[in-house]
Write a protein that binds this ligand. Structure first.
Ligand SMILES: NC(=O)c1ccc[n+]([C@@H]2O[C@H](COP(=O)([O-])OP(=O)(O)OC[C@H]3O[C@@H](n4cnc5c(N)ncnc54)[C@H](O)[C@@H]3O)[C@@H](O)[C@H]2O)c1
Length: 249
């Protein structure tokens, strides 16, 4: 089950943490994985781990918020590895690097919002737009977006524009799921709770998580494998929480 042999997967923002976990796990199931990141050195580290484990991968630097660059990258993949079968829209700003200044919305500016919306929302639109034409032609495809429980609940921690982007991802994924189901393309969203490569520093958060621990990158990665597989071909337009029970809806 869940064999991805012969599939080409593009995972954005896969240089570390969640995306790296998804890239490694898809590769372990047989997919050829294009490891995108804005930071090439990070993408190369993920590729090295995949290759060391016997998988196939290539690092590709581009900025998901740059529509033209995304189009060029997808064309490059098509001519090298073949057309993208699986797109995982993971690049974003929700991880440890977002443990950055968080400000009440009333103190933020349009420039602040643009910084958050560009990768988290426009990046998902750009990458999905770039792969959909080929998927429609081939009557098959998988698009998975990594959103956040912050897109589904209100949190008083100064992340309103991030919540807007993450809620936008969910609405966007439902719409493209509805539009493209007739082509055999499924589009689903993973709504994440707190996930870290090294959870030890934030272990105090575990007390507030019903299943008693912070997530590790493999937690969403196993779901990404399932949603990428042929076995999941009757699941589309869904938003599935991977959060240790911290948001139950
Ligand atoms: N880690 C969490 O607790 C958590 C919780 C909820 C949702 N998420 C979501 O999961 C996804 C991954 O989060 P993470 O914790 O692994 O983040 P991270 O910051 O650890 O890693 C994200 C990677 O994406 C890359 N990236 C950022 N902007 C990019 C761009 N414009 N183009 C290409 N690459 C870019 C970064 O260089 C980085 O390597 C994000 O969409 C985030 O919003 C994470």
């Amino acid at each position: 089950m869940f064999v991805l042999d012969g599939k080409v997967a593009l995972v954005t923002g896969a240089g570390q943490n969640v995306g790296a976990g998804i890239a490694r796990t898809l590769a372990a199931q047989g997919a050829t994985v294009i490891v995108n990141d804005f930071h090439l050195d990070r993408a190369e580290r993920t590729v090295a781990a995949i290759v060391e484990a016997g998988g196939e991968a290539r690092a590709l630097r581009f900025d998901v918020s740059d529509f033209a660059a995304v189009g060029e990258a997808v064309a490059d993949i098509a001519s090298t590895e073949g057309p993208v079968d699986i797109l995982v829209n993971n690049a974003g700003t929700g991880g440890p690097e977002r443990l950055m200044p968080m400000e009440p919305f009333a103190a933020t500016s349009p420039d602040d919002w643009a910084t958050i919306l560009a990768p988290n929302l426009y990046g998902v639109l750009n990458c999905s737009r770039a792969v959909l034409g080929g998927m429609i032609q081939r009557q098959h495809g998988r698009i998975i977006t990594v959103s956040s429980s912050a897109g589904q609940e209100g949190l008083p921690i100064g992340i309103a524009s991030y919540s807007a982007a993450k809620a936008g991802q969910i609405g966007f994924m439902r719409s493209i799921a509805a539009e493209n189901a007739k082509y055999g393309i499924t589009c689903n969203t993973i709504s994440l709770g707190l996930v870290l490569e090294d959870a030890s520093a934030l272990q105090h958060y575990a007390d507030a998580i019903p299943l008693g621990r912070v997530g590790k990158p493999e937690d969403p990665a196993y779901l990404a494998v399932y949603l990428s597989s042929d076995e999941a071909d009757w699941i589309t337009g869904q938003t599935i929480g991977v959060n240790g029970g911290s948001l139950m809806i």
